[in-house]
Design a protein around this ligand. Structure first.
Ligand code: MN
Length: 245
């Protein structure tokens, strides 16, 4: 019996890197066996552990991921990419090579009749002032232009140093500081007029029920996918549910 394309899939935080080939292999099987039967596939950021510019495509590992993704869109399934904090420098060259439609963070979509807001999620971690200051700095067009002008090896070294600094800083922060801020979430529900939010980044997979001005709302937090076992969200006309791959 042919599989009917009737669901939309969401995933994030794969943090793909040549150092963890298991996750890439698992993701490849997911694309070839699952995603090609979907109605659409949404990647909500941190697909890559690091992306320092589209010349990263020169690395065979990255070129292979791009061609794996391209097979999905070529089979007729639209693939959307919303950038995370690790791969916000993804640009039009990767989009072309991988068949991706790039989305702004956040993006509001109509998901089977339900207004849904998609985001990576890091912008809502507003209690982490240090992180937000860095986030604002590296997204300045001037910073971006200057960074992309540097040789690729230097960019990778800077990115690695930033990651190391972030890991060190995280070790000294209380866990709740690194989660999304409840007020920022409530504000996002209100401002965008949605009843559902889907995001990643925190690596704290969950289904939260919120009451916003008396309206029941839901928020899905996507799992990370560091190794052979990954997770994703399936949504169709009946609603959303978490699934394991
Ligand atoms: Mn992230």
């Amino acid at each position: 019996m042919p599989q009917v394309a009737s669901a939309t899939l969401f995933l994030s935080d794969l943090h793909l890197t040549p150092e963890r080939p298991g996750a890439a292999e698992s993701f490849r099987r997911f694309l070839d066996q699952k995603a090609i039967h979907a109605e659409a596939l949404y990647l909500l950021g941190d697909l890559f552990e690091a992306w320092v510019g589209d010349d990263d495509l020169a690395h065979p590992f990255h070129a292979e991921i791009a061609s794996d993704l391209k097979r999905v869109s070529q089979s007729g399934v639209p693939v959307y990419f919303l950038p995370g904090n690790r791969d916000f420098l993804v640009g039009s060259d990767l989009a072309r090579a991988a068949g991706l439609t790039l989305l702004e963070d956040p993006t509001r979509i109509d998901l089977y009749g339900s207004a849904t807001l998609l985001a990576h999620g890091d912008a809502w971690c507003s209690d982490d002032a240090h992180y937000q200051a860095l986030r604002a700095q590296i997204r300045e067009p001037a910073w971006r232009a200057e960074f992309l002008d540097k040789p690729r090896a230097e960019r990778r070294a800077i990115a690695a140093a930033l990651r190391e600094r972030s890991e060190l800083a995280k070790a000294g922060k209380r866990p709740e500081i690194m989660d999304v801020n409840p007020e920022a979430i409530a504000e996002a529900f209100r401002r965008h007029g949605v009843g559902r939010i889907i995001h990643g980044h925190t690596h704290r997979p969950a289904h939260h029920n919120h009451s916003i001005d008396g309206h029941p709302c839901e928020r899905w937090v996507l799992p990370d996918w560091y190794d052979l076992v990954g997770g994703y969200l399936v949504c169709d006309a009946t609603g959303c549910r978490a699934a394991v791959w």
